[in-house]
Design a binder for this molecule. Structure first.
Ligand code: AHR
Length: 342
């Protein structure tokens, strides 16, 4: 613990200082000063605060951002928040201290960013919110958002269930595995999912639990359910559907169900719907163990770098840039689907 604290509070600023001091432009200052001094050939410096490495999706998202920066000729100061908002806030403060051209960050949760974003605004550094959203109250404190539409991802999951259970009498008992509480990716999917199912009384969410977007937590939650009486049920009610907010948690859950010989997917009594579309989940879909995979597209780096360059040049950017994704289901022919990158 102490080691991590020392890294974030002491070594990270030193590391960033040494990186920035090699290339820092002389014209750093308020936004208007920087606009005036911005020269076409200046190398743009972007401070990027990532959440951590909680999932295969996130690891690929980080790689994508790093390689996009390289391709765009941007100097990226990349930090890993290790799943802690306080680490992200410290990293952003360090970026402000060293007057990067643009700050980009993935907010682990929606709340709690007011002070640090005001500091960035006062320093004249534009901010891009990436992948996850922040609360509406901070609307005036950042330039734009780049990421997926998590509410639509929840709706897509619900659309699949409406198709799957068309003509069935019900009830359909749903077990929901949420992501990190307070994170927009979890909240948006939760809201979108309910939005479409609320008016159909057959669908009942009988249990909802957060697995923090982590495979180990999906596994732990599955073990706890089965510890009851060895059947896949909660409080004596059978589970017909698992709606899981990410593939990591789904795969952890499936590891346990596999070991216990509990069937899931096509032709079984348990339908599995998951979000992300990493290769391992697609493989499970092809095997028939998962019924539907809603893609959350992690390839957001190119858009972030493009917008960062525009901001550094003093240009306006769109308020929202949505990176779209596909839906893969048991009804699709997936035989020619190319191998995925994550
Ligand atoms: O914010 C996107 C979510 O975060 C992805 O669904 C999940 O896998 C990741 O950790």
């Amino acid at each position: 613990m102490r080691g991590r604290f020392l890294f974030v509070s002491i070594f990270l600023p030193i590391l960033i200082l040494s990186l920035v001091s090699c290339t820092r432009k002389k014209g750093a200052g308020t936004l208007s000063e920087r606009e005036r001094s911005f020269e076409k050939n200046d190398r743009v410096i972007v401070g990027f605060s990532q959440i951590g490495a909680e999932s295969a999706w996130r690891i690929y998202n980080s790689k994508d951002v790093q390689s996009a920066a390289q391709k765009a000729g941007i100097q990226l100061l990349y930090t890993n928040g290790e799943q802690k908002q306080e680490n992200q806030i410290k990293a952003i403060r360090t970026f402000i201290m060293y007057q990067v051209d643009v700050i980009a960050f993935v907010p682990i949760v929606q709340d709690g960013w007011g002070n640090v974003l005001e500091e960035a605004r006062d320093a004249g550094i534009p901010v891009i919110v990436c992948d996850r959203k922040i609360n509406d109250e901070y609307d005036g404190l950042y330039a734009g958002y780049v990421g997926t539409d998590s509410r639509e991802e929840g709706r897509q999951a619900a659309r699949f269930l409406l198709r799957k259970y068309e003509g069935c009498e019900g009830p359909v008992n749903i077990f929901e595995l949420r992501g990190t509480d307070g994170a927009s990716a979890s909240e948006g999917r939760r809201v979108g999912f309910r939005e479409l199912l609320a008016s159909d009384s057959r669908f009942r969410i009988i249990h909802s639990e957060s697995g923090d977007f982590m495979r180990s937590r999906g596994e732990e939650i599955a073990r706890n359910i089965l510890a009851g009486n060895g059947t896949f049920a909660v409080n004596g009610e059978r589970i017909d559907v698992v709606f899981s907010c990410n593939d990591g948690m789904t795969l952890g859950l499936l590891d346990v169900l596999d070991q216990q010989g509990i069937a899931t997917g096509v032709g079984s009594p348990v339908t599995i719907v998951t979000v992300d579309a990493q290769q391992e989940a697609i493989d499970r879909l092809k095997e028939g163990r998962i019924n539907c995979v809603v893609e959350c597209n992690p390839e957001q780096g190119a858009a972030v770098m493009d917008l960062a360059k525009r901001l550094a040049a003093g240009l306006a950017i769109p308020r929202s840039t949505i990176v779209s994704g596909k839906v893969f289901t048991e009804y699709d022919d997936l035989s020619s689907l190319p191998e995925r990158k994550y």
